[in-house]
Write a protein that binds this ligand. Structure first.
Ligand code: MV4
Length: 495
């Protein structure tokens, strides 16, 4: 096993990885930008080294600086967390070249799955179901027209170098194909420097269901069931759960088997996620994520398996600590991403100082965070405050427990998405488990409910607002929420 590991990330995921290192008796090394000199991950680690600067390019994305620190600190391995360099094949390759273990898959696997058209071809050859579409990249309009009329409209134009929905265009009829192609090519070129595009049949009302897999260096590959990630807004996940409300033991067996086959097809090692779109009992591979994901805790809560510890053990050359037959999913877990953002202002980031902060607790509640009272959420990075995860014996108990935990959450200073999350959890379609990726857009009452919930402050929160003298700011926020509600009422009267 390793003696010392560098964590090339910040905030909650850096702490999450260091917790696993501590339990394994491994020394942790943090790296930090200027504004993160007093961030929690910097002080949690056994050693910490400055990156100087704040811009991601000069800090958490700077391969050379990070490799130099790793060599100076004499670490045997680097864990990249998620985001930043986690799926950068050049970083994994730099580690391989320097004899530092990258806690993740090989640079080759990252590169293969990073190109969505290559991923699609690889999976298709391995017998993994993919959405009907083009065989490789589509080079000309004529080619695109032929494929689209063969598979039938609507079709979706996707960027090969893409992922996360960037540049994606839905095309309903042949006349719109040219414009959509041009748009995706231009977006892909400016965002990724790669103009390649491909075409798939557009699955109109899907759910997003992903499978967690673990693979070691001895050829053992297992799956740990699914996560339901359908509730999202503009490709940002809002809430994730496991199991999926639509899952059955038979479907899980089928999808799990396919997920394992997908990993085996590329001799994948370490933790990974196979993303599927699901519609009316059919499922199709869309992408593979070659990192530990934000939402990994819901899988940990239902299986009891520490995914980050497994990642570290695998990277150190140890076999998986569990066999497929030993994996049991028990109960139901839900994760809410708590963000410093303003749901009533188009979810604009709301960085700033946490004047008052108290996170929920009690039975079945887990909070992964990188913040504390008086910490200022910097404007340079993702505005996530924490991940609130609950476990219940069934979905109903988990929903109730999440509502109870959100009731307990005290955050004074930045605006948060907590009122919006409460609106989602109270939504009838959500509670029935009947939703598609269009849920947030379709449920037109969610923002109105958010404004209404925002006006029902928690008694303790209100008291703290007075103590911290932010009551004026909060009165302004309440007035904005009132105005929002009036606007909605006028709109509905006009109908
Ligand atoms: C699709 C699709 C429908 N049909 N592919 C979105 C991001 C990227 N991971 C792929 N995505 C989609 N691919 C076909 N052929 C619908 C989506 C999609 C989506 C997928 C997962 C979660 C949320 C989504 C929201 C909108 C569209």
């Amino acid at each position: 096993m390793f003696h010392k590991v560098l964590v090339a990330n910040r905030s909650e995921i850096a702490v999450r990885v260091m917790r696993a290192l501590r339990e394994l008796g491994i020394r942790s090394v943090a790296i930090y930008s200027d504004v993160d000199a007093n961030a929690i991950h910097t002080h949690y680690a056994d050693e910490a080294y400055p990156l100087s600067g704040n811009h991601p390019k000069e800090t958490y994305l700077n391969i050379k600086k990070i490799i130099d620190i790793a060599k100076n600190a004499n670490v045997e391995a680097i864990h990249p967390g998620y985001g930043f360099l986690a799926e950068n094949p050049s970083f994994a390759y730099a580690c391989e070249k320097e004899g530092i273990v990258f806690i993740g898959p090989s640079s080759r696997a990252i590169e293969l799955m990073g190109n969505k058209v290559v991923a699609r071809q690889t999976m298709k050859r391995a017998g993994v179901p993919v959405v009907p579409g083009s065989d490789g990249e589509v080079k000309t309009l004529e080619e695109a027209k032929a494929i689209a009329s063969e598979i039938g409209y609507p079709v979706l134009i996707k960027a090969s170098a893409g992922g996360g929905g960037i540049g994606m265009q839905v095309v309903q009829k042949p006349e719109d194909l040219e414009r959509a192609m041009e748009h995706t090519v231009a977006t892909a070129l400016s965002a990724f420097g790669d103009a390649g595009v491909f075409i798939e049949k557009y699955v109109t009302n899907p759910r997003h269901i992903e499978f967690q897999i673990l693979a070691d260096h001895f050829g053992n590959v297992i799956h740990l069931g699914e996560r339901e990630c359908t509730i999202q807004r503009r490709h940002q996940k809002i809430l994730e759960e496991s199991p999926s409300p639509v899952m059955t033991p038979e479907l899980r067996r089928q999808m799990g088997e396919v997920a394992i086959r997908a990993a085996q097809a590329i001799q994948y090692v370490n933790a990974g996620t196979i993303e599927f779109i699901y519609s009316d009992g059919n499922f199709y591979f869309i992408e593979m994520n070659t990192r530990i994901q934000v939402e990994h805790p819901v899988t940990e809560m239902v299986t009891g398996i520490d995914l980050v510890k497994e990642q570290i053990r695998i990277a150190a050359g140890e076999p998986l600590s569990v066999r497929q037959e030993e994996v049991r999913m028990y109960g139901h877990a839900i994760e809410c991403r708590i963000n410093a953002e303003d749901p009533l202002n188009n979810f604009a980031p709301s960085p700033g100082k946490l004047l008052g902060y108290r996170s929920p607790g009690g039975v079945g509640v887990r909070v992964d965070s990188g913040v504390f009272t008086s910490y200022a959420i910097p404007p340079f990075y993702d505005p996530m405050i924490s991940k609130l995860v609950v476990w219940g014996r069934n979905r109903e108990e988990a929903i109730r427990r999440m509502q109870r935990a959100l009731y307990e959450y005290i955050i004074v200073g930045p605006n948060t998405n907590i009122p919006f999350l409460k609106a989602v959890l109270a939504n009838e379609r959500f509670q029935r488990g009947e939703f598609t990726t269009h849920f947030v857009r379709e449920e037109s009452t969610l923002l109105r409910e958010t404004a209404r919930i925002l006006l029902e402050e928690h008694p303790l929160q209100e008291k703290l607002q007075r103590i911290f003298r932010v009551d004026k700011k909060m009165a302004a926020a309440a007035a904005a929420a009132q105005a929002f509600l009036h606007h909605y009422e006028n709109l509905s009267q006009g109908e």
